[in-house]
Design a protein around this ligand. Structure first.
Ligand SMILES: C[S@@+](CC[C@H](N)C(=O)[O-])C[C@H]1O[C@@H](n2cnc3c(N)ncnc32)[C@H](O)[C@@H]1O
Length: 250
């Protein structure tokens, strides 16, 4: 596994006490678990496609990756986030792309990845960058496996896990063309619910949604988003306020 900074990012090792776990509620554990369980289930399908030569690579991409660790606000629980879980548990993936716009957060993640001691297998690469998530999605071709300018066939997953509605609809449209299953966390309770009722935030919500919200009702706006996703993706589980039910895992 090789770890490489891309697009101008030079990874810096930070010592343990300087590393910054994200503070959040225990809900994050459920969210991370749901993301990783989906990726593991999908991995079985990707592995099958690779074994019969239909694809050459399996890719995992996180444009909002975080520092690698989460801790509850009272400090009672500390648990790994999606990037650390992904590289350790998705054994058949060979390309991991992690991005966060905060340099200190990326430096933390780099140190955590280094300390896993997974280096040695040159067939697995981790690419790190420090850019805005929408920028990185627009430039994702430069990170995807290629040889002599020719794209390799691949399948994989992308986790979009922002804290707010800053993931723009044009980015969602770009991802839909990339043969990556999209798992998106929509911050429904705080950012969306509050802003759809705020006339001065219509552009902010519209940037994520791709058009003006149809109403001030949360479930109607989520339904609107789901309809839009259905035009882009062949299979959409649905936009709900809870993780995928057990029956949806392969
Ligand atoms: C919810 S956290 C990700 C948590 C991670 N999935 C985990 O399991 O630990 C969101 C991260 O996105 C980063 N972020 C927020 N806005 C961003 C943007 N516009 N572009 C890139 N990163 C952003 C934040 O710095 C934060 O670390």
């Amino acid at each position: 596994m090789t770890i490489e900074g891309r697009d101008g990012y030079k990874p810096t090792y930070v010592s343990k006490p300087e590393r910054i776990p994200r503070e959040n509620g225990l809900y994050a554990k459920t969210k991370i678990e749901a993301f990783i369980r989906y990726c593991k289930a999908a991995e079985k399908v990707f592995k099958g496609q690779k074994s019969i030569g239909k694809i050459e690579h399996i890719v995992h991409f996180e444009p909002f990756c975080g520092p690698g660790w989460n801790q509850t606000k009272d400090g009672s629980s500390c648990f790994p986030g999606t990037p650390l879980r992904a590289v350790q548990e998705l054994k058949h993936y060979d390309t991991f792309i992690f991005n966060d716009y905060d340099q200190s957060i990326m430096d933390c993640l780099y140190s955590e990845l280094k300390d896993l001691g997974l280096e040695g297998n040159p067939d697995v690469q981790i690419l790190l960058s420090v850019k805005d998530a929408n920028y990185i999605v627009q430039n994702i071709e430069a990170f995807l496996p290629r040889r002599k300018g020719k794209a390799f066939p691949f399948l994989g997953t992308v986790i979009v896990d922002p804290e707010d509605l800053h993931f723009s609809w044009p980015s969602t449209e770009i991802l839909a063309k990339k043969r990556l299953d999209l798992l998106e966390m929509v911050p429904t309770n705080i950012d969306l619910a509050r802003n759809i009722k705020n006339p001065s935030a219509q552009n902010y919500v519209g940037n994520w949604l791709g058009e003006a919200p149809v109403s001030e009702d949360l479930s109607e706006v989520l339904g609107q988003y789901e309809e839009k996703l259905r035009k882009l993706y062949t299979w959409v589980h649905g936009v709900s306020t809870s993780p995928l039910p057990e029956s949806h895992y392969i």
